[in-house]
Every structure is written in C-alpha cells, then in structure tokens.
Design a protein. Structure first.
Length: 68
C-alpha cells in the first residue's frame, strides 16, 4: 500500500484536501470538497513542480470554480 497523508486547505474559498504520498514534500492531488466534490487537481509532472512550484501555487490561487 501507499502511505497517504492529507492536509485540509482553503483554495480560493473552497475547502479542499491536499494529498501527499509516501512522505513526499510535493502534493500529488488536491481534491475539492463540498459543492465541488469530485473535482480533483492532479500533479502529473514532479520535475515541473520542483522547477515551478511558486508559479503553480500562484496559478491555483487565481482559479475560479463554478458548478454546472
């Protein structure tokens, strides 16, 4: 199995869960909660994250979520 640690965060006013596997310092996913349950942001390229983590965080802080 995998060692999954979860951290509750606020993503632009949306409660979300950040998941970290096996003690990694980079999150693997962010799962939105409440009315956006089922929406997930996945980290696909760890090398890009390592290089651009600050920029990725800034981009995520500008995302607007809308339920359809």
């Amino acid at each position: 199995g995998t060692d999954l640690e979860c951290k509750q965060i606020d993503l632009r006013g949306c409660p979300a869960t950040q998941g970290y596997y096996n003690g990694d310092s980079a999150w693997s996913f962010i799962a939105l909660n409440d009315e956006y349950n089922g929406c997930v942001i996945r980290l696909e390229d760890r090398e890009l994250f390592d290089k651009y983590s600050d920029e990725i965080d800034l981009i995520l802080q500008t995302v607007k979520f809308t339920a359809y």
